[in-house]
Design a protein around this ligand. Structure first.
Ligand code: ZN
Ligand code: ZN
Length: 52
């Protein structure tokens, strides 16, 4: 059983890993931009850069 960076235990769900860093995160840490899934850490950098 793995855990998200925020400490939430990850269930065996269908969360896609972050497109940037490949980390699987929990639902509350997963964000979607342009139909691409990012973790909230990459979303605050990569995704926001792309939309800027
Ligand atoms: Zn990421
Ligand atoms: Zn999380």
């Amino acid at each position: 059983m793995t855990a998200c960076h925020c400490g939430m235990t990850l269930e065996q769900d269908r969360r896609a890993p972050c497109a940037e860093c490949g980390t699987t995160v929990c639902a509350s840490c997963s964000l979607e931009f342009d139909a691409t899934t990012y973790c909230r850490w990459c979303a605050s950098t990569t995704a926001l850069e792309r939309t800027a």
